[in-house]
Write a protein that binds this ligand. Sequence first.
Ligand SMILES: Cc1ncc(COP(=O)(O)O)c(C=O)c1O
Length: 376
Amino acid sequence: MLEAASPLRQRGSVLMKRINQIEPWLGDEEKQELASVIESGWFTEAQKTREFERFFAEYVGSEYAIAVNHGTVSLTIACMALDIGPGDEVIIPDFTMIASPNAVRLAGATPVMVDISRKTLCIDIAAAEAAITPRTKAIMPVLLNGRHPDMGTLKVLARKHGLSLVEDAAQALGSRSTGKHLGVFGEIGSFSFSTPKIITTGQGGMLVTHDAGLYEKMMKLKDFGRRQKGEDIHIMMGYNFKFTEFQAAVGMAQMRKLDWRVQRKKDMFRLYRVLLDGIPRVTFMETDLDDTSPWFVDVLVEGEARDALMEHLKERGIGTRPFYPPIHAQAPYAHIKGHFPICDSVCGQGLWLPSSSFLSDDDIARVCDEIKCFFR
Ligand SMILES: Cc1ncc(COP(=O)(O)O)c(C=O)c1O
């Protein structure tokens, strides 16, 4: 259970509300939706899941959407649907949650890590091009924190080399590039509804595609390769990656709140930027808030100060989270050779500040006051 359950904390004589780095936010609407599923008497994915998939496809502007049990297996399903497996390579940025390369490994293929761009914190397109080999089957840009590389250039590069584009949009729900929702530029896009995301179904993932053939294949991959729902004739290899009606119920209620949250995340980012202006050792990424909805408010803290700042905030009841270490620095990928200077530098400085959608402006002001206090 998240620490939200104990909101008050004693500090000196003042009762301080604990501010976690991120918390989910569910309410009566989710309870009512869940009750309707319990009363329906059927819980494995069915009508409510189809409704959620349609709603989602419409929201992101995709032809099809397929709900699956999480945003890691969704990337594995994407690889399987594109016949990516043993002997094949997928190019991935070195700065991502470990799920991205792990999902490729689960499909039997090899993730090839490349450095990121300092401007977007997303894949460096020139580095991706340099990493293409005869074994490369796909590029997997990770749309980290709602930001994106130049999607047009990436698409042209993929086309030129006959590669698929699988977008890891786990952190990009509500974010766009020149007005078009992220996740719909390539063959397949993948989203996550894990508990910290902008909306959650506890666990959950969504695949989107414009391609009817890929849609049919992914629907079968997640349901034991069944020819049709409700019958036990299996026409291809498939697994159980299905959703539940409970998740779809929560997802529907959460989707109705998404537009408000997208705006709130943008407003929160702006407020942090204003309040922390003038602290020379804290810098914000250049962020186009027309398109980008930063799921987490992220800053770079220069020098060795980041970990001490985290400790200072922790002692004052404020949670933060350091950026993921580079993938090549994680134990399962220690064998990876390469040169990732931007990733190495950014990952050592990056900090995610409290970003729950329900934080008030006063909460944010308190976090910023404590940061200023640390640097004084
Ligand atoms: C970039 C990225 N990809 C994939 C995932 C995996 O999603 P899930 O936790 O739903 O499996 C995450 C989850 O945080 C993520 O941030």
